[in-house]
Write a protein that binds this ligand. Sequence first.
Ligand SMILES: Cc1ncc(COP(=O)(O)O)c(C=O)c1O
Length: 397
Amino acid sequence: MANPVAQERPTTARRGERPAFDRPLQVGSPNIPDRGRLFQRISQALDRGWLTNNGPLVREFEDRLTRLTGAAHVLATSNGTSALEVLARARGLTGEVIVPSFTYVATAHALQWQGLTPVFADIDPHTGTLDPAHVRELITERTSGIVGVHLWGRICRVDELRAIADEHGLALLYDGAHALGCELDGRAVGGFGDGEILSFHATKFINAFEGGAVLTNDPELAERVGRMRNFGFGPGREVLTFGTNAKMNEISAAMGLTALEHIDEITAANALRYEHYRAGLLGVPGVRLRGPGPGERGNDQYVVVEIDAGVTGVHRDRLLSALHEENVFAQKYFHPGCHRMRPYAQRAGLHTPLPLPGTEALAERVLVLPSGPAVTPHDVDLVCELVRQVLETASAH
Ligand SMILES: Cc1ncc(COP(=O)(O)O)c(C=O)c1O
């Protein structure tokens, strides 16, 4: 595997000199697994002539994910968005569905694209996940479900959301696109809600170029998802239901499987970089590195900092521009909230009682910093030094 765990020891960038990067540093540079093994799997798939349609690599990928997450059923899909679309359909969602606004737009789009109405709830700014009290306020007679997002790998307040869903007879689904390998009190992502989805997009913790999965412990729901992702075909090639094409192909499964074989190295590599960020940003006034809450295990795939402009004297956007000028492509994940995006904002009256103060506050403060194997621990030290210098210089003017 290309540089999954850099062997470098923690180093400190020299104070005073402005660090320079001769190449762009990106968020989520891809974890590219053992090329030899990947090419071997791809070659075998080509020899078999079985490139898609529930091939052996897809089934092996699903088996491995089943073992890893403990979910009873795993159904691989073409991407995370199609996984959520199919899951929402298969679970029978109708009318309004309560989702956080503070998420990647795919969460809202997947529902809207199915003719559902996303109703945007606020988040708890401390965790970045759905605020159960606000969810409760938004329930109407048209609400059929709740979709929580385990944002940046932070697990939603699953017990409170389960209680609300049960009380009102609602479906409860989770978008776990960021959260493979994450746990709360020993319970792994894959087992929460009626069903959860994962993403294996190239920037994700485990990458399959493009890919996704639906995970559930409900055998009937799994059966419906299995049919709907494949044009509604049941056994014997009879079309039993409406459906779409959300199948994963064998090449993606080859990549995903090979990455899963290296999950421990990827986890360790992420943790090492996170530790460098933690050490490097320690004591930088107004910059707080976010991390897992009590009882949680994260996967460190997203390195999220919060910039308190009241302390730094520098707005997050100014810091971001300064970093971009230096080839450090930090991202405003997620800004703006979905409710502020044009197609949703134009219909805000329909979708969302405003304001969403937790969402607005966090969307103005967060930055996700470069990560993944193409960013070495030494790069991380230099990024931290750059952040320190930019803030010192800007606040002095
Ligand atoms: C929170 C969230 N949900 C859903 C998705 C969609 O996944 P995909 O890109 O695999 O369709 C993504 C990201 O890519 C995401 O960040």
